[in-house]
Design a protein around this ligand. Structure first.
Ligand code: F6P
Length: 341
């Protein structure tokens, strides 16, 4: 079988281990691999390169993706969709393994259901917001980077007797903010799943100060709802609002300083989350879901995604996995309140 692999959407650590897993297991079945460059754009433009054992052997510890990535949506223009279908035909692909989040895998799902393209999905995203999988690779590394940033901010916050607000990525799911805040002992965490109550946050920080603590840390998810001028909104090819230019951290820092009189600064982790060597967890998970994806191709189990459920990696329906975002559930939102002392 000739199998094309692509990585689409925002990159994250774990993509290279996943590619390695697909190729290593696929070689057991005698597959020939082709690396489709830059996500779905590679299939629109016909940019591919052979992908051999030598190409993937040493990539397990490298961040990013050796295949390149983009947020191309081939369903936006009919001519792009036709180009994808023709290129799949002319390149002779028997299957496409797509590594991505809800957008990239949403395209894989539609290609399968509407055009019978044999696709298999590999879930990746630092946001950890894909349904039917307990974790996605990229999340652990991204959250670890956030935790380290918070640990560093604690030192400077304590020295200067300040409040430090750390804005983290995660889009419309608060997983990264939740884990960074819990692991780093934040005094307050704001999440997209909860309506922002500035007065409650300010009141809590004032209590923290009143009980004698000389500094405080706030972790803010970039997806936290704050007032915003509609005209400033920009969207990507999949219609997602660009959240980084909303400056949630800065907004909260200004509100805290103004309402409490406590000197406050903000910092943003941004794309630093997505770089660097994948953690042990992401290296292993990436390779495990990659191996499963190759096994699914061999079994012709198309229109499915390899997912971590408990301690097993299983095949799940790709439409279901991408149909609804996995956000932070109420019980975890409730638990966070325990740490507001
Ligand atoms: O989906 C991953 C992610 O890092 C989000 O957390 C963030 O909102 C977005 O991508 C940033 O996208 P870009 O790399 O296009 O700026």
């Amino acid at each position: 079988m000739k199998v094309g692999i692509l990585t689409g959407g925002g990159d994250c650590p774990g993509l290279n281990p996943a590619i390695r897993g697909v190729v290593y297991r696929g070689l057991d079945f005698g597959f020939e691999f082709v690396g489709i460059q830059e996500g779905w754009r590679g299939l629109v433009k016909g940019i591919y390169e052979p992908l051999t054992l030598a190409d993937v052997e040493e990539i397990h510890y490298q961040g990013g993706t050796v295949l390149g990535s983009s947020r191309t949506n081939p369903f936006k223009k009919e001519e792009d969709l036709q180009a994808v279908l023709e290129n799949i035909q002319s390149a002779g692909f028997d299957a496409i393994v797509a590594c991505g989040g809800e957008d990239t895998l949403g395209v894989a799902a539609k290609l399968y259901s509407q055009h019978n393209v044999p696709t298999v999905g590999v879930p990746k995203t630092m946001d950890n917001d894909l349904s039917l999988t307990d974790f996605t690779f990229g999340f652990d590394t991204a959250a670890m980077v956030g935790m380290e940033a918070l640990d560093r901010l604690r030192d400077t916050a304590r020295s200067h007797r300040r409040v430090m607000v750390l804005e983290v990525m995660g889009r419309h799911a608060g997983w990264v903010a939740l884990y960074v805040g819990l692991a780093g002992g934040a005094d307050y965490i704001t999440l997209p799943e909860e309506t922002l109550d500035v007065d409650a946050m300010v009141a809590h920080l004032s209590e923290v100060k009143a009980r004698g603590k000389k500094y405080a840390l706030v972790v803010a998810s970039e997806g936290t709802e704050i007032p915003m001028d509609e005209s400033e909104k920009t969207v990507d090819a999949f219609g997602h609002v660009n959240l980084s230019n909303r400056n949630v951290g800065e907004f909260l820092a200004e509100a805290i300083q103004e309402k409490t009189g406590w000197e406050t600064r903000s910092a943003v982790v941004g794309h630093v989350h997505r770089g660097g060597s994948p953690t042990l967890f992401d290296r292993v998970l990436g390779q495990r879901v990659g191996v499963k994806a190759a096994e699914m191709v061999q079994a012709k189990d198309f229109g499915k995604m390899a997912a971590l459920q408990g301690t097993s990696v299983v095949a799940v329906d790709i439409v279901e996995a991408t149909g609804k975002l996995k956000t932070v559930p109420p019980e975890l939102l409730e638990m966070v309140k325990t740490f507001r002392k």
